[in-house]
Design a protein around this ligand. Structure first.
Ligand code: GLU
Length: 435
C-alpha cells in the first residue's frame, strides 16, 4: 500500500500549509495543540489532518423582522472532526461571533469529547446577531431558517447541535421541530439541551456547572484543601457560572464575588447565590441593581484573593497582565478559552493549577451524550442516575488528565490535549485515510 506508507511516513513531512490565524482564537487553540503534538511525536500527516476543520459552512439567514423588513444574518456551522463519531457542539448567538472563533470552539469540542470519552467528534455553530435586541418571534424565525439552511448537515448520526452562549432549550426545541417537519417524523436525537418534555435529559441544564463543581472538588482534594475553608470568585452568571457557584456553595465554599454583563458583585462574608439566581429571573436576566453586595470591576474579580477562580464568561479574559496579578490557587475554566496562551505561561510559573476548559466544562456535552442515548433508546433516566454517571465520568477524566500531566511533567491543559489528541489520532490511525 504505497499510498498509506507515504501518508504515514515521516519522511514525507512538510510544513502544514499556512492557516489564516493572525491573532485569532483558532491560533490560541493551535498553540496548545502544537505543544501536545510535539510531546506525542504526532505523525505530521495526522497533524495536518487534525489541525484543520473538516467542513466550514457559512449561511445567509434572511429573517422577516417584526417591522416587516427583511434582515439577512450570517451564520456558521463548523465541523472540526468526526473520527470518533457524529460531530457535537453548541450554537452561539452573539454580535461578535466570527468564523475563526467558531473554528476554535469546534476544535475544542473534538478534544473535549475525547477527554471525557464520549463517542462524538467536534463541531460548533454561531450566528452574528444580538438576541437581546430581538423579539421571541424574530429569534424563532432566525433559528428555523438557520436550521433549514443546514438540514443536510444536522442529523442524529451526523451533527448534533446543543445550546451555547445566548441559546437555550427553547431554541433547541425550534431546531428539533424544523428538522422534524422536513424529516416527516419527530427526530428528538437531532439536538440536545432541549426541554425535558421533548426528550431532553434531566440534569442537562445544570450539567456544565455541576461538572465544574466536580473537577474543582477533585483539584482541591489533590492540593489538600477543604471546600469548607475555600473562597471562590465566579466571572459570569449565566447557566454555567450561576450553577457552578450554587453547587460550590452547597459544598461549603464561600462565593465572595460573581459578575455578569452589568458588573461585579462582592461580599466578603459570602454571597447568597440562590437569592441572586432568583433575582436574575425577575430582573430581565441580569444582576443589575442587586443590593446585598459591593460593586467590583472585572479586573478586581479576576485578581481577588480567593482560593478558586471560575472564569465562566467568554474567551480571552485571563490575559498575561491579569495572570500576573491572579491570587487564586486554582482556576476552573467554566468558559471555553478564557485564558490566553501567554497567560498560561505566567500561571504555570506561579504554580496556579488551571483546570482547562476542555475538561472543566465538559459536563455539558457529557450529559448531552446521555440525552442522545436516552432519545435513541426511548428510555429516560432519573436525575440521580444522570448526576451519578456525570460525576463518575468527570472524576475519571480529571484523574486521567492529572496523571497524563504528571507523566509528561506538563500543565493540566497540555495533559488534557495530550490525552485527547492521542485518542483521536489513534482512532484515525486505525480507520486509515479513505482514498
Ligand atoms: N456548548 C456546550 C459546550 O461548549 C455544550 C455542547 C454540547 O452539549 O454539545 O461544551
Amino acid at each position: 500500500m504505497p499510498f498509506k506508507q507515504d501518508v504515514y511516513n515521516r519522511s514525507v513531512y512538510r510544513e502544514p500549509a499556512p492557516i489564516d490565524h493572525a491573532a485569532d482564537p483558532f491560533q490560541a487553540m493551535m498553540e496548545r495543540f502544537d505543544v501536545a503534538a510535539e510531546i506525542l511525536e504526532l505523525n505530521p500527516g495526522f497533524y495536518e489532518y487534525l489541525c484543520r476543520p473538516a467542513h466550514v459552512h457559512t449561511v445567509s439567514i434572511p429573517v422577516v423582522m417584526d417591522t416587516g423588513h427583511i434582515r439577512v444574518f450570517e451564520g456558521y456551522r463548523v465541523i472540526h472532526n468526526n473520527v470518533l463519531g457524529p460531530s457535537k457542539g453548541g450554537i452561539r448567538y452573539a454580535p461578535d461571533v466570527s468564523v475563526s472563533e467558531v473554528k476554535a470552539l469546534a476544535a475544542w469540542m473534538t478534544w473535549k469529547c475525547a477527554v471525557v470519552d464520549v463517542p462524538f467528534g467536534g463541531a460548533k455553530g454561531g450566528v452574528i446577531c444580538n438576541p437581546r435586541d430581538m423579539s421571541p418571534g424574530e429569534l424563532e424565525r432566525l433559528t428555523r431558517r438557520y436550521t433549514a439552511n443546514l438540514l443536510d448537515v444536522f442529523g442524529p448520526d451526523r451533527d448534533i447541535p446543543a445550546p451555547d452562549m445566548n441559546t437555550n432549550d427553547q431554541i433547541m426545541a425550534w431546531i428539533l421541530d424544523t428538522y422534524s417537519m422536513h424529516a416527516r417524523r419527530t427526530e428528538n436525537a437531532v439536538v440536545t439541551g432541549k426541554p425535558v418534555g421533548l426528550g431532553g435529559s434531566r440534569g442537562r441544564t445544570e450539567a456544565t456547572g455541576r461538572g465544574v463543581m466536580t473537577v474543582t472538588l477533585a483539584a482541591l482534594d489533590r492540593v489538600g484543601l477543604d471546600a469548607a475553608d475555600c473562597t471562590v470568585a465566579v466571572q459570569g452568571f449565566g447557566n454555567v457560572g450561576s450553577i457552578a457557584a450554587k453547587l460550590l456553595a452547597e459544598q461549603g465554599c464561600s462565593i465572595v464575588a460573581v459578575s455578569d454583563v452589568t458588573g461585579g458583585y462582592y461580599n466578603a462574608d459570602g454571597l447568597d447565590i440562590p437569592a441572586m439566581i432568583e433575582y436574575v429571573k425577575t430582573h430581565d436576566g441580569t444582576l443589575d441593581g442587586y443590593e446585598a453586595a459591593e460593586p467590583l470591576t472585572n479586573e478586581e474579580l479576576l485578581t481577588l484573593d480567593v482560593d478558586v477562580l471560575v472564569p465562566a464568561a467568554k474567551e480571552d479574559q485571563v490575559t498575561e497582565e491579569i495572570a500576573r496579578d491572579v491570587q487564586a490557587k486554582i482556576i476552573a475554566e467554566g468558559a471555553n478559552g478564557p485564558t490566553t496562551p501567554a497567560a498560561d505561561t505566567v500561571l504555570n510559573e506561579k504554580g496556579v493549577i488551571v483546570i482547562p476548559d476542555i475538561l472543566a466544562n465538559a459536563g455539558g456535552v457529557t450529559v448531552s451524550y446521555f440525552e442522545w442515548v436516552q432519545d435513541r433508546q426511548g428510555y429516560f433516566w432519573t436525575l440521580d442516575r444522570v448526576n451519578e454517571r456525570l460525576d463518575r465520568i468527570m472524576t475519571r477524566a480529571f484523574d486521567g488528565v492529572f496523571e497524563t500531566a504528571e507523566t509528561h511533567d506538563v500543565s493540566l491543559r497540555i495533559g488534557a490535549y495530550v490525552m485527547s489528541i492521542r485518542k483521536v489520532a489513534e482512532a484515525l490511525r486505525i480507520r486509515g485515510i479513505y482514498a
